[in-house]
Design a protein around this ligand. Structure first.
Ligand code: DX5
Ligand code: ZN
Length: 222
């Protein structure tokens, strides 16, 4: 499965799509994006509910896109097996939810999926640094998780650079993902800091023409 198109991977967040027309929304951008970012929320770890396993299972029947599942839930390990069966490809879990991530990482790998850790804006990179080698992806949140459409928090930029330096110093191929408030106006900043994957909800599915929005994002990223 191809999950990389150009120099930067673009992962539109389905949270900003029209939930009554998910197949159509995905179909429009499918050939233009690298991953599909799926925000799973439990109304407990974050104060919002989105969608979960049954929806992802249905989406798998209508697209071959790489499913990047961002688990904003209190017990992410409980979702590993159901999400593997539903057709997920990558699971990212918050270090704030699983202070000891090793068992969850092992469970995820044993299920044949990629694994990543996420840090909230106020959590230092040091919280995940010791576990970087367990991760295919390190996700730096650039908004407080829970809702789309929030403004990018500039203060996280040094953390992106810190993550990049950490993985490079160790010769790791870990992707550095950034999520929240990304637009064509700030994408260059996060890429210059060392991000390799950008998530964008409002800026893509919230646009009148999502395909043009992806092209604008790629142009801005060049
Ligand atoms: C926030 C989610 C994000 C969100 C991004 O909790 O993790 O993925 O959908 O949406 P925008 O791009 O609108 O900030
Ligand atoms: Zn997300």
């Amino acid at each position: 499965m191809i999950h990389r198109i150009g120099g930067v991977k673009i992962a539109p967040s389905l949270l900003a799509a029209d939930f009554a027309r998910l197949e159509e929304e995905i179909g429009r951008v499918e050939e233009h994006v690298d991953w599909l970012h799926l925000d799973v929320m439990d109304g407990h770890f974050v104060p919002n509910l989105s969608f979960g396993v049954p929806v992802i299972e249905s989406l798998r029947k209508v697209t071959g896109l790489w499913f990047d599942c961002h688990l904003m839930v209190t017990n992410p390990a409980d979702l590993v097996e159901p999400l593997a069966a539903a057709g997920a490809n990558l699971l990212t879990m918050h270090i704030e939810a699983i202070p000891d991530p090793e068992p969850a990482a092992k469970l995820t790998r044993d299920a044949g999926l990629d694994f990543g850790l996420v840090v909230n804006p106020l959590t230092p990179f040091a919280a995940v640094a010791p576990y970087a080698e367990l991760c295919d992806v390190l996700l730096v949140m650039s908004v407080e998780p829970g809702f789309g459409g929030q403004a990018f928090i500039d203060a996280v930029v040094p953390k992106i650079a810190e993550a990049r330096e950490w993985v490079e110093a160790r010769g790791l191929a870990t992707d550095i993902q950034v999520d929240g408030g990304i637009t064509p106006s700030n994408v260059r900043t996060v890429l210059d800091a060392g991000a390799t994957v950008v998530v964008a909800g409002s800026a893509i599915f919230g646009a009148d023409d999502p395909v043009r929005a992806v092209a604008e994002m790629r142009r801005a990223a060049e």
